[in-house]
Design a protein around this ligand. Structure first.
Ligand code: PLP
Length: 388
């Protein structure tokens, strides 16, 4: 049985979906002479606005850059406390830390992996300035409740949407609930520009100001310069721009996003129903009708003490059986060395985040895979668990 399974086709965890149209799009830019500051970034921003509906988009060099731009734009500093999820990519928290503000960690809900709104309340102080949340693995956070808290306290809300292209809450795309949303086009995300990111905001002035800041805070773009070379600088700034090569790839990638999301949903549904037939497994997913998952991957929690302590063994065996898997995320951020040393760590404060880090497995559902691969994942995991 074991050998039989091991011979099966390799299932990578993530693989960018690049086809001839993508390659041609990049080559076309190379054949011209505008490699940056050009029409492709604007075109990509337009397509992204059309897809997310109702916001203003700004291309950036990465999601981390988008998050950093938000933290700087909203003026976070050493006097401020920013509420962040304990269970997220470290980039979410780095954006706060880079400004000198203090990240205040909040545990997640075990059903979704998302920040628990009830636990936000108890972390609010007179210094709290904003909530920076993540939509965990593409599952939208409870945006109506969170926005209510924010409104009552006049907090800024920033959404880390790195894994949430296509995720909506109550019909609105994530990133448009708060003051800004940050996306990633890193190779294994929903769509890619190699490196690259986007920022969206329902507020045009926010998007415009951040766009200017991300390009040295020069007061006019190349196309707006009537006299060549003549411009002024209205404040300090950065260079967090996306190149035309990347934007061309983004334009081509976004054409496939609906198909991409459809395959992800099918794969997720097949994998979820297969896994739920195995005792002791719990699958993180949207837990209410308002929230539409973008199915970045499937996070399965080993919800049984005997299984849970074998998590790393199961990961190793899945790899042996050619099933790509990962952990989202391997530590609650406050437990990572840097943050633990700086702020101390008390594990009793983050039981759900710890459970996800220590007792879960992330499995692939991307468009590089078909239903048969999902069945193979279920059979392999079932086999491993039975033979523990
Ligand atoms: C990948 C990821 C990031 C970082 O994205 P980059 O584009 O690589 O900077 C940030 N937040 C989350 C939740 C991510 O998954």
């Amino acid at each position: 049985m074991k050998d039989n399974l091991a011979l099966k086709q390799e299932i990578p965890f993530g693989r960018p979906w690049i086809d001839d149209k993508d390659r041609q799009a990049v080559m076309q830019v190379l054949e011209g002479h505008i490699l940056t500051h050009g029409p492709k970034c604007s075109e990509f921003e337009g397509k992204f606005e059309q897809f997310t509906q109702g916001g203003h988009a700004v291309t950036t060099s990465s999601c981390m850059a988008s998050l950093h731009l938000c933290a700087l734009h909203f003026g976070w500093g050493p006097e401020d406390e920013i509420i962040v999820p304990a269970q997220t990519h470290v980039a979410t928290v780095h954006a706060v830390e880079l400004t000198g503000a203090t990240p205040v960690f909040v545990d997640c809900k075990l059903e979704t992996g998302n920040i628990d709104p009830e636990k936000i309340q108890e972390k609010i102080t007179s210094r709290t300035k904003a909530i920076l949340l993540v939509h965990f693995a593409g599952i939208p956070a409870e945006m109506d409740t969170i926005m209510e808290i924010a409104k009552k306290n006049k907090f800024t809300v920033i959404e880390d949407c790195a894994l949430a292209v296509g995720a909506t809450y109550d019909g609105k795309h994530v990133g448009l609930w708060g003051d800004a949303g940050c996306f990633s086009f890193y190779p294994v995300k929903h769509m890619t520009t190699a490196e690259g990111g986007m920022l969206i905001s329902k507020d045009k002035a926010t998007a415009d100001t951040i766009a200017q800041f991300r390009a040295f805070n020069v007061d006019r773009t190349h196309s707006e310069r009537k006299t060549p070379g003549v411009y002024d600088v209205v404040g300090v700034g950065l260079n967090y721009r996306m190149s035309e090569l990347q934007a061309a790839l983004g334009c081509s990638q976004i054409e496939k996003i609906q198909q991409n999301l459809k395959i992800r949903k099918q794969n997720f549904d097949t994998l979820k129903s297969g896994l739920l037939a195995i005792p002791g497994l719990k699958v993180l997913d949207s837990d209410n009708a308002k929230s539409i998952n973008s199915y970045y991957c499937l996070v399965v929690v080993l919800d049984d003490t005997k299984l849970a302590i074998q998590r790393n063994n199961i990961l190793a065996q899945l790899k042996e059986h050619n099933v790509g898997c990962s952990v989202y995320y391997p530590q609650p951020v406050p437990r990572m060395q840097y943050y633990q040393e700086k702020y101390g760590y008390e594990s009793s404060l983050y039981p759900s985040a710890e459970k996800i880090s220590d007792h879960s497995i992330a499995l692939p559902v991307g468009p590089h895979l078909i239903q048969k691969n999902m069945e193979q994942i279920v059979a392999t995991l079932d086999h491993i668990i039975r033979n523990l």
